[in-house]
Design a protein around this ligand. Structure first.
Ligand SMILES: Cc1cc2nc3c(=O)[nH]c(=O)nc-3n(C[C@H](O)[C@H](O)[C@H](O)COP(=O)(O)OP(=O)(O)OC[C@H]3O[C@@H](n4cnc5c(N)ncnc54)[C@H](O)[C@@H]3O)c2cc1C
Length: 384
């Protein structure tokens, strides 16, 4: 076993860091840190991110995607500021779902623009009454000649207010028990729906929205040919998404570690550097341990997916462990800074808010625990 990066992997990491420094951070810094980025800024980032494969990591190269291995996708993603990763990952996961689930004509119509980062995509599953159990979606789709009509409400949807294409998980209306969960691609250029921004605790530069479909008409050609795969495809993308979200937490905790380490080397109390106190050294050691174990547990899950192994438990474990550990690590880093750690100016409080925000999407800690428990025992605690 070799834990070092290959030359090619190191080049990918370096390229991602250059992208952040040159193209992403200036855009984040140039916009209000408490407001969702405007669509024009997101499209600028998307276009550049497409060159690194971040818009189509899981689509094979011969179909225009990046065809990245999941570990490489994770290595690159880890470098991206989470408020941008939370825009890019739902977009990429939606492109992946279109690639694996929709027909050839639909792929040809949508994928080229999504891969190039010229249009923005998202997936809308969650509803006001439907969260952890997506099979319960209530948004309905009915047929009317060459059109479909959507009715319902979606909530907490990444990119909802800036997207061009929304992959909507909905239910055919069938009162006789024949109702099925299906997917429909809704394009903002041809269908009308209301979308409003939701104000969240953290990652506020990433747009998150609520959507209302009130007799929203969609051409029938946008219906995903149903092969009963909706739940399986959502799960497949969640498998890799979970360690990718875990690596967002690592990105945040690494920043907290860097800040705490520097501060411990300059701040003096009782006539000595605080870094010379054993309790501060213990906090620093705990923060570093959290960062390294979280990083490794996420890489491990992604590498298992690359090897084609069953990774349901590993991927759930990776997200839950890393978000939790990094949350504690950031809290320790704030404590090392004393009052300064709580100031808006320093920005550590933003890391604390951001890490809390990613604990929910792609599986709450409770749901991830139960997925891991199901892998360990073979017993499904969700459904009898
Ligand atoms: C930043 C962010 C981005 C998001 N992006 C998207 C997106 O792009 N698309 C999308 O469709 N959704 C998105 N979501 C929504 C997200 O997927 C849901 O919030 C998540 O699935 C949880 O659903 P919920 O909030 O309704 O909580 P609920 O499912 O209502 O859960 C509430 C609590 O009950 C617990 N719980 C639920 N069931 C069980 C059980 N069986 N046993 C024990 N405990 C249980 C949960 O762990 C949680 O603590 C996003 C959310 C956030 C915060």
């Amino acid at each position: 076993m070799d834990f070092s990066l290959t030359g090619e992997q190191q080049m990918m990491v370096d390229a991602a860091q250059r992208l952040v420094q040159k193209d992403i951070q200036p855009i984040l810094d140039g916009n209000d840190r408490d407001k969702a980025l405007p669509k024009s800024a997101i499209l600028k980032i998307m276009e550049k991110a497409a060159h690194l494969g971040l818009t189509a990591a899981r689509i094979p190269e011969e179909r225009g995607g990046a065809g990245l291995r999941m570990l490489e996708y994770g290595l690159i993603s880890e470098q991206i500021p989470p408020s941008v990763a939370l825009i890019l990952q739902p977009h990429e996961a939606t492109a992946t779902r279109i690639y694996f689930g929709y027909n050839t004509e639909q792929k040809e119509r949508f994928l080229a623009d999504l891969i190039a980062g010229r249009r923005i995509a998202c997936t809308a599953s969650t509803e006001p009454d439907v969260g952890s159990d997506p099979r319960g979606v209530k948004t309905t789709v009915t047929e009317d000649g060459d059109e479909l009509i959507l009715n319902g409400r979606k909530q907490w949807i990444s990119n909802a207010t800036v997207c061009d294409v929304m992959n909507v998980v909905c239910r055919t209306a069938g009162g006789d028990g024949s109702s099925r969960v299906v997917r429909v691609l809704v394009e903002t250029t041809e269908s009308s729906f209301e979308a409003r921004e939701l104000d969240m605790l953290g990652l506020r530069q990433a747009p998150l929205g609520e959507v209302l479909f009130d007799n929203c008409r969609v051409p029938r050609r946008n219906l995903c040919a149903d092969n009963g795969d909706t739940a399986r495809l959502l799960t497949l993308t969640w498998l890799a998404n979970r360690p990718l979200v875990g690596l967002m937490a690592v990105n945040l905790a690494q920043k907290a570690l860097d800040a705490a380490r520097s501060y411990a080397g300059v701040r003096k109390q009782f006539g000595r550097l605080i870094g010379s106190f054993q309790l501060i050294q213990q906090d620093l050691a705990d923060i570093e341990t959290a960062v390294i174990t979280s990083r490794l547990i996420c890489y491990n899950a992604l590498a298992a997916i690359d090897r084609g192994e069953r990774a349901n438990g590993l991927s759930a474990m990776a997200k839950r462990y890393s978000v939790d550990s990094c949350d504690r690590a950031i809290a320790l880093a704030m404590r090392i800074h004393g009052a300064l750690g709580l100031s808006r100016e320093l920005g550590l409080e933003q890391l604390a808010r951001d890490v809390r925000t990613i604990s929910i999407p792609d599986g709450t800690p409770g749901i991830l625990t139960l997925i891991q428990g199901r892998e360990l025992t073979g017993i499904d605690s969700f459904r009898a």
